[in-house]
Design a protein around this ligand. Structure first.
Ligand code: PMP
Length: 290
């Protein structure tokens, strides 16, 4: 599904076939989740294939490595150039790109000694808007910021995401709404969240979330469209039954929410500020005017 015999990847300094790549069973990342990664998308635009917010994603990758004490020397420009070359070698336009930085063999709990960069990509044609999501408040909490560098995109953090997401699916929902250690709304397993009340958008303040690049883009769009946004801490009770809500992330783009804990969002999506933001985002990724 992710690759076939012809797929090219970039690994440890060279392009090669995905089927010929391997990993070291003694690597620190495999054993301890000690890796950093990104999730990026490219789109077919009027100006050819464009990687959306490449600079922001690669700056975050470098920052994640730094926060985790993983040595990583690639520059943002090098990473961007390599990614365009990867897309070209595979003939991809609309694609999902997964840069991953893993560490060399080391079974001790000391910092990474050497790292390897992998750049993987696969075709991704949404082509349609995802169905509205029914979500539930998760019994799992986000990783505590005193235990993890939550603003870094680290492999091991996603064990928490898998537990929360699978639990919600097992209970018949599409996704989990995960709270922080104080019971405030944080995010979903892999996207940030906004809700709307009386024309104002609310989103959790930074602290226990991955500060998403899409979240930032949404705030920039709101600024352009004169839609007020508040970054604040709030409980799920404040969101339930609000006018509208959505998840946002590179992969999810902007997905409308149907209900939280079986309580529906009340307004017709097309008539909300959130709906306007969604339209603006879908346009932006294809024209890149911001
Ligand atoms: N939160 C989590 C936990 C995520 O995994 C993601 C996806 N990277 C996001 C939020 C959204 O981030 P972005 O908009 O940068 O993709």
């Amino acid at each position: 599904m992710y690759y076939n015999d012809d797929t090219t990847i970039y690994f440890d300094g060279k392009f090669m076939k995905a089927k010929d790549a391997g990993t070291d069973l003694y690597g620190q990342s495999l054993h301890y989740g000690y890796s950093v990664f990104e999730g990026i998308k490219s789109y077919k635009t009027d100006h050819g294939t464009r990687i959306f917010k490449a600079k922001e994603h690669y700056e975050r990758l470098k920052r994640s490595a730094e926060l985790m004490h993983i040595p990583f020397d690639y520059s943002v420009d090098q990473l961007t150039d390599l990614t365009y070359e990867l897309l070209e070698r595979n003939g991809f336009t609309d694609a999902y790109i997964r840069p991953l930085v893993t560490c060399s063999p080391n079974m001790s709990l000391s910092k990474g000694q050497k790292s390897y960069l992998s750049l993987l990509a696969w075709e991704w044609n949404n082509g349609y808007l995802a169905d509205k999501m029914k979500i539930m408040t998760s019994p799992f909490q986000r990783p505590n910021p005193k235990a993890f560098k939550v603003e870094a995109k680290v492999g091991g953090h996603y064990v928490n995401s898998i537990l929360a997401c699978q639990d919600a699916k097992d209970k018949g929902y599409d996704e989990a709404l995960v709270l922080d250690e104080n019971g405030n709304v944080a995010e979903s397993s892999g996207a940030n969240i906004f809700y709307e009340k009386d024309g104002v958008l609310f989103t959790p303040a930074k602290g226990s979330i991955l500060p998403g690049i899409t979240r930032q883009t949404v705030m920039e769009i709101c600024n352009e469209l004169d839609i007020p946004v508040k970054e604040t801490f709030f409980k799920p009770e404040e969101m339930r039954g609000a006018d509208a809500g959505f998840f946002c992330g590179t992969a999810a783009e902007i997905v409308a929410l149907d209900s939280l804990d079986d309580v529906p969002f009340t307004r017709n999506w097309e008539d909300t500020a959130s709906g306007r933001v969604q339209q603006a985002y879908l346009k932006l990724v294809r024209v890149l005017s911001l």
